[in-house]
Every structure is written in C-alpha cells, then in structure tokens.
Design a protein around this ligand. Sequence first.
Ligand code: NDP
Length: 445
Amino acid sequence: MSYVDEVLASVKEKNASEPEFLQAVTEVLESLRSVVDKNEAKYREYGILERLVEPERVISFRVPWVDDKGQVRVNRGYRIEFNSAIGPYKGGLRFHPSVNQGILKFLGFEQIFKNSLTSLPIGGGKGGADFDPKGKSDREVMAFCQSFMNELYRHIGADTDVPAGDIGVGGREIGYLFGQYKRLTGLYEGVLTGKGLTYGGSLVRTQATGYGLIYILDEMLKHKGESIEGKRVVISGSGNVAIYACEKAQELGAKVITMSDSNGYIVDEAGIDLSLVKEIKEVRRGRIKEYAEKVPTAQYHEGCSGVWGVACDIALPCATQNEIDLNSAELLVKNGCTAVAEGANMPSTLEASKYFLDNKINYMPAKAANAGGVAVSALEMSQNSERLSWSFEEVDKRLKDIMANIYKMTSEAAKKYGHEGDFVTGANIAGFEKVAEAMMAQGVC
Ligand code: NDP
C-alpha cells in the first residue's frame, strides 16, 4: 500500500465521526501523491504525514455566561493548535451553532498550507465555539467573549498562538476578546488580529480576504488573456468576505448580481447596491431579504443553493463549507460559468471540486484564494511587534504582491509535478513542501 493510502486509511479509522476533517485530509493527501511518491522514503522515515494529520494540541473548554434574562447558559469552546513548524499558530475563531471539533480540525488543517503559501512565518490553528451571536444583545456577546477568553488566555500569546476572526467573529467580538485578554494578563500585545484601528489593528485587514480573492482571480484571468471587467459575478454570503469581494469586483468593473445569507439569496440584475448591503448587514445586523424590500430591481428567494442556478461568468462562494455540491457545480458550468474562486473555506464538495477540474474551469481553491485575510493578519502582527502602523496603500500593495506570489507558487508547483492548470494540486504541494522541510529540520516534535 502506498504511504498516502496507509495514512488515509488510518485517519479514516481514527476520525470516523469528523466528516469535514476527513474530506479536507482526503483532498490534500490525494493531491500530494506525486510529491510524496517521489520522496517516500524520506517522508516515511520522519513520519511526516502521520504528524501532519494529528493536531499538536486540541483544547476544549466550558464557556458559562449569563444572558439578559439572568439565565446561565453554557457553550463549548475550542482551540486547535495544529502545526507550529513554520511559526506561531495562526487562524480564526468561529462562533456558529454548527461548530464542533471536526469542523475546527478541518479548518485548522487547511490553515497549515494556506499560511505556508503566504510565505509569512505563521503556523496553522483554528478555534471557536458553538455560540450563535445572531439575535444576541451587545452585552450578551460581551459576556460570552469575556468568559471564552477566561479559558483561552492561558493558551495564546503574541509569540505562541494568535487568533483572528471568522464566521460570527468580527471587529466587535475581537474587541471584547482583546479587552479581556489585557485585563487577565496585563499585556498589551498583538495576541489577536483583526483589532480595531484605535488599538493596534491594521488598515486593510477588514477588506483583506475579499480584496485578496479578487486580486488572485484577476491574476488567474490575466494569465488566460481575460479580465474581470464586464463579467457577471455570482457571490454567496453577505458577511465580511462577501462584502469586500463584491467591493473590489465592482471597482474592477464587474457586475455582481447576487448575495445571500443562511436564509436565502437576492438577485439584482441592475447590479448589487453595496452601500445598502453594508447598511443592512454591517450596521443593523439584519437579513439580506430586506434588500429586496427596498430595491425594485431585486428579487428575494428562500434557500441558499438556488444562487448557483443564476447564470454567471464567475462564481465566488463566500459563505461556508460544502455550499456547492455536484449538482450546483453542474448547473454553474451548464449556465456558462468559466471561473470559480473560493472565498469561503472548502465551499465545494470533493465531487464539485473534481467536476470543476475535469471541465477545465479556471478554478482557484480556498487555500490560495482566501489567504489574503491571514496574510494581512500576519502583517498586523509585524506592525504590532515594531509598534508602528503602515498606510492603507502600503498594506494593500503588500497584499496584492502576496496574492500574485501565491498564484505564481501555485501554478509553478502544479506544472513542476505534471498537473499544469490544476491549482488545487499546486496550492497543496506548494504549501506542503515548506512545512515538511521545516518539520524534518526540527527533529521529532
Ligand atoms: P461572516 O460571519 O462575516 O459571514 C458569513 C456569511 O455566510 C453570512 O452571510 C452568513 O449568513 C453566511 N453563512 C454562514 N453559515 C452559513 C450556512 N451554514 N449556510 C449558508 N450561509 C451561511 O463570515 P466571513 O465572511 O468572515 O466568513 C465566510 C467564509 O470565509 C467562511 O468559510 C470563513 O471560514 C472564510 N474565511 C474568512 C476569512 C476572514 O478573514 N473573515 C479568511 C479566510 C476565510 P448568516 O448571516 O445568515 O449567518
């Protein structure tokens, strides 16, 4: 049995109750076959794959807090410290009722390769809780964040583990978490990224994942002699990533016609009015349905998956994992979609992802496509360390350069191992090689 097959079999046996984690590991290991086969003896000797699929540490804790009615509530919090071969653990916190250990392990595992691709010194981690901020008052969210930090603070630090935001964790939550960390430790340090601009945050961090997604999409299209200008774009989600992907796509001349949330999606053939979306989602924390109530050219449809049936040139999934299944992928291609860039983490199922590759779609997977967020987080860490802040233009330029470099590394790695144009394989190989080298250099740890 090949080394990859042996490790995959063992991962399946040990983690049978964690389907998302199994999906992520299967995708990565399958695409690493060519590089692993070539270096099998060395990787086997160092147990590289066995170590890579096992988190260095899984931390789980109780989060008790009091709601506005005086009732004590309890959630489960986690931090997965997956791999620190190339730097301190780095990865977001997700607050969503669907959060469990398997989902965070999939996200932490993906983060290892994504962070490596940025060329910055950051390891892979992820965390969160099964807490739902939706419908909670600011005081309830603060009470939850403070209690979450009461446990988390002992595991994190500016040089050990630096969390950021993810689904359900934006500027408000990061602020409450930072305040509590400071209170508990007395340290004013860059222990979290995505902070507000008045207390150590970096310019462009809010926009980074969405902007970075469009920068790498643009790079991919340019290499095909195409451009984003004038293209019809379908976006799912209406959170941080979706909003700033829409902003940059519109700036570059694309026509964005959809956005969604977990209840449904809107189609506006006149082009999305982003200032209204921001007002609904960022200011009032409302539902996307309200957009169609205000804009005569827009229609609202219940349910999420229908958005992939809207004809487009480019699809940008920016909501959540497995939102595009095989059926949706077929529909996109049938209706003329020629490019897919993933803002969300693992938004395509294994079958959908294979379908895009088989049909020669310009397909940029999440690991490369949404790395802009963590890249600017790492730039925030640098600014915090030197106690300086860089201008918007400087950070934006660095982000653009990083995304162009990720495209280069990804396409070159794919070509080197005989998979030209397959950015899934390219991103996994380029991310993996550096981490494997670092792990071998550091001995058995
Ligand atoms: P937000 O919480 O800001 O927004 C999430 C959006 O996705 C909302 O519109 C939400 O709708 C929708 N959504 C969430 N869960 C589901 C679901 N189960 N089904 C359908 N829609 C859903 O999160 P982000 O924009 O930060 O994150 C979006 C994706 O991007 C995630 O996969 C995240 O891991 C990934 N990502 C984020 C980065 C960042 O910097 N923020 C960096 C890299 C990746 P509703 O309001 O109804 O919940």
